[in-house]
Design a protein around this ligand. Structure first.
Ligand SMILES: *Cc1c(COP(=O)(O)O)cnc(C)c1O
Length: 392
């Protein structure tokens, strides 16, 4: 076998897909081709830039209409959305929460904010999400049903919930994961920060679990500058999400009555205005991203040592970030490839480091993480902005 990964050839193919040119191609940048200027200007003209104004409501209704979730509650960022999800499900001091080791730091941090402990589980090569088969075997060894929930027999702590993350926009295999949650009495939270508009068997990511979080950070498929949302079909959870995110203030014409220790997580009107304009273009963004993914897939079909990561067969992904996967025998060349691509103006990036390897999470419980470790070594994200495709 030819044991040479041709880094320059890979750079050339990428440039080819991205229409040549020599300008720097960032990993992801937002597109503002719609009513962004008009709606933001409207906020400035009306003076409603902060905690009141019509766009917050409007964004929430747009999110509900788009995803089919019964309730959307907008907040300041995706991390805050996750924190609320966990709080609302009663995750607290000393509880363990199952979550992938392969995720963005926000997932683990939100668990820590509740005084709970992340319990890291492995991923699946085919989906980049939690591997249900491997998790089932592991839980069979360590989890004990107890009352209506379950307990980690090794630490003695309750395992309260599972956070499923849809990596790079590709939905995790939710059905078997839901079954596991039912078997062990766990609540399912979807961290759908990367997956707005992605479908799992026809259902929107973020509408399958009990409660979910979205992010509208500047690098996500839809941005509000900074922002996030909680999605749920449960009326009570939705009411409490809104209440807790707005300092738990009871509505009253002039009196300040706060009936819980809430948070100031409300999304400002200015950000929501940007989000409304972005939501109107979401179908177009997804269309373009899927077109770009198709081009990448075709271009890398016969390239030695590397392949394009395609959506799982049950999914229609938003392809938030496109990814290449190095064959196992070439993973030692990952950093050289990243170095060369970046030197040539292609904003390629690795995945995150595993949470379990970070200083503050090193002591947390975990299962064997060999697949996640392999994915970190093999996956390279490549430029994925919707604006790279010039079609409408
Ligand atoms: C972006 C992201 C979040 C939330 O990020 P914020 O910057 O707080 O909006 C959470 N989880 C994952 C997996 C993400 O990619």
């Amino acid at each position: 076998m030819n044991n040479d990964l041709n880094e320059s050839k890979i750079a050339e193919i990428l440039r080819g897909v991205l229409n040549g040119g020599s300008e720097y191609l960032p990993l992801h940048e937002p597109s503002f081709y719609g009513s962004e200027w008009e709606y933001v200007k409207d906020c400035l003209d009306s003076g409603w830039v902060s905690s009141a104004g019509k766009y917050v409501e409007l964004l929430e209704r747009k999110l509900e209409a788009y995803t089919g979730a019964v309730h959307a509650i907008s907040v300041v960022n995706g991390t805050a959305a996750l924190h609320l999800c966990l709080r609302l499900l009663g995750v607290g001091n000393g509880d363990e929460v199952l979550m992938p080791a392969l995720t963005f730091i926000a997932t683990a941090n939100a668990v820590s904010y509740c005084g709970a402990i992340p319990h890291f589980v492995d991923s699946d090569w085919k989906t980049l999400g939690i591997c249900p088969e491997k998790l089932a075997v592991y839980l069979n060894e360590i989890a004990e049903r107890k009352g209506c929930g379950c307990r980690n027999s090794r630490t003695g702590r309750p395992i309260k919930a599972m956070i499923v993350m849809h990596t790079l926009g590709h939905p995790a295999n939710l059905e078997p994961l839901l079954e596991i949650c039912e078997k062990y009495g766990l609540l399912l939270i979807e961290d759908a920060a990367e997956a707005l508009g992605s479908l799992y068997k026809g259902k929107h990511a973020g509408t399958v679990g009990t409660i979910s979080s979205l992010s509208f950070n500047g690098n996500k498929i839809v941005t509000t500058g900074g922002g996030g949302a909680v999605l749920t079909n449960d009326d009570e959870l939705a009411y409490r999400a809104k209440h807790l995110s707005t300092t738990a203030k009871r509505s009253h014409v002039w009196e300040f009555i706060h009936d819980a220790i809430g948070y100031n997580y409300r999304m400002p009107n200015l950000n929501a205005a940007l989000g409304c304009a972005q939501m109107e273009q979401l179908d177009d963004f997804i269309h373009k991203k899927r077109k770009l993914a198709e081009k990448y897939k075709e271009a890398f079909q016969d390239v030695e040592g590397i392949s394009f990561f395609a959506e799982p067969e049950y999914a229609r992904s938003n392809y938030w970030l496109n990814a290449l996967v190095l064959d196992r025998e070439y993973t030692h060349r990952r950093d050289t490839l990243l170095e060369i691509l970046n030197r040539q103006g292609i904003g390629a990036r690795p995945l995150w480091k595993l949470m379990s390897e970070l200083e503050m999470y090193r002591g947390c419980p975990r299962m064997d993480l060999s697949v996640a470790e392999g994915l970190v070594q093999g996956v390279i994200n490549i430029p994925s902005s919707a604006g790279l495709i010039n079609i409408t």
